[in-house]
Design a protein around this ligand. Sequence first.
Ligand code: ADP
Length: 248
Amino acid sequence: DTSHGPILYVEGVTVSFDGFKALNNLNLYVDEGELRCIIGPNGAGKTTMMDVITGKTKPDEGSVYFGQQINLLELSEHQIARGGIGRKFQKPTVFEALSVYENLELATAGDKRFWKTLTRELTGEQRDRIDEVLGTVGLAGSRSNDAGNLSHGQKQWLEIGMLLMQSPRVLLVDEPVAGMTGEETERTAELLTSLAGKHSVIVVEHDMAFVRSIARQVTVLHQGSVLAEGTMDQVQNDPKVIEVYLGE
Ligand code: ADP
């Protein structure tokens, strides 16, 4: 069977907070290996959408599937994170007093008790994987540096590297270039683009130039639903989208 539909199905999802619908019949389908950008004004429901996909928030209505068979609504946030959906929050949360390498060691799949992790021997395969990830995120030259001494951009890349240690199928990335220099932003665009293909990457971002530089498909959220979907050119010329952004 060579047919493979979307890897992520979000269908008819509604989330209410005291009667207010943060998500209102949201539909989102993400293909395997896709790089998708999610944009939308403040309050559009972007964070709530990520909370639903990662199991932090359970919707009042709708379904969320990984592939056709795995019902994410039946799994805990922890199970979803372990099972292949990695989430990168906006602020980097690396262990500042540990080296770059040790941070990746901690993130190595397996026993998660950090007091065990730092005293155990890694297998050759795990060490190879760390080396590979160091190369992917451009930190091979900084492997022995304390994470606390990295630049803001490098900390973000390290955290993406920590997620990659779990070999996720889907990566959710929240505002990856906030606070980055122009050069860091460019390198982040290259990194996320290179991750697509191997992983499905969903990026929530406000920086439109950045979105234009990476995204093939853009989804515009507004009032908890999809307002428009398509290429950046298509959505930017959509009268509904123009109205929402001008009204912001
Ligand atoms: P975005 O990330 O696009 O800015 P959010 O998903 O954070 O949007 O929020 C969507 C709407 O839901 C906003 O109006 C927000 O105030 C509301 N909201 C989000 N979380 C809660 C909550 N825990 N309780 C009440 N309202 C919430």
